[in-house]
Design a protein around this ligand. Sequence first.
Ligand SMILES: NC(=O)c1ccc[n+]([C@@H]2O[C@H](COP(=O)([O-])OP(=O)(O)OC[C@H]3O[C@@H](n4cnc5c(N)ncnc54)[C@H](O)[C@@H]3O)[C@@H](O)[C@H]2O)c1
Length: 330
Amino acid sequence: MNVLVVGGAGYIGSHCTRQIIAAGHHPVVLDNLSSGHREAVAIGTPFYHGDLGDQALVRQVLRREKIDIVMHFAAFIEVAESVAMPIRYYKNNVVKTLALLETMMEEDVRKFIFSSTAAVYGMPETMPITEGVKKAPINPYGQTKLDCENILSALAVAHGLGFAVFRYFNACGAATDGAIGEDHAPETHLIPNVIRSALGLAPVIKVFGTDYPTPDGTCLRDYIHVDDLSRAHIAAFDRIGTPGTQLHFNLGTGHPHSVMEIIGAVEKLSSKKVPVEFAPRRAGDPPELCADATCARTALGWKPLFTSIESIIETAWRWHSAHPSGYATR
Ligand SMILES: NC(=O)c1ccc[n+]([C@@H]2O[C@H](COP(=O)([O-])OP(=O)(O)OC[C@H]3O[C@@H](n4cnc5c(N)ncnc54)[C@H](O)[C@@H]3O)[C@@H](O)[C@H]2O)c1
């Protein structure tokens, strides 16, 4: 398969690109480098520096590279920023996705894999979360992803688009060979921040809320290794060929960990103390988010290979220790 990886210079897209190659397919990356890194793209992979909303460019890439499947990772991803700047988020995440899909329909490319998020569920009342749980995002970021999901369903009906939507829980970890890892600016994710704090590269870790109804009072999240996420995407290639196919999958391990457990695991692995400051709860943080990923397991024959949080954190620790400033380019 010739696979267009939109956002393939970003954290998850760059790991997925390497998995696509490992599975014997041919990735092509399109990325505007607004937050991605050119050196994260696997060497030898055709790279187009441009915007996913640029329909002339996308058309040219689809034709020249004879693209069979489009995987779409490109988005703005910060919840707090989406609350402050919703127009920026709706434009990049929804309007440009619509332009991409329109070009695909015009060029008769009808297989699509989309990065969605647990944020589409908002503050779910039941745990673990199955795909059928009510979608009620509580911020513009989550809403942009749900809007895209709804657009995909309409295109499946009207134009025979076959798609798989993956709702990620907390993506984390780095390539096992240490070649690529997570480098967001600013970094809002817990594991890289705790590791960088242990390394003396980031400030004290603020723990928001210690009175949640969880075993140690801090929030529980479902951490899934980025290579496990990627393998699920590739397993879906064979499942979206029938026109009009609509698939939705949660991706998580189903074994959540608390903020204090993550801090403890990093301290144990690194033999370093993580400076911690306790702060009140943040608005909009559910006590627990845990995936029921039974659908992905049964329909795709997928299962996470990184089953312990220690093994995940170890890959991230190696990347951050070897790349204290992240990638060279910003
Ligand atoms: N990281 C997580 O834990 C997580 C969780 C749930 C969902 N997701 C989703 O997964 C996807 C990837 O996340 P990530 O952590 O790799 O983010 P990232 O910021 O590292 O990667 C996004 C990539 O898209 C590119 N991009 C953004 N807008 C673009 C545009 N208009 N045209 C071309 N390229 C553009 C960026 O330059 C970047 O390389 C996102 O859609 C995100 O919403 C991530």
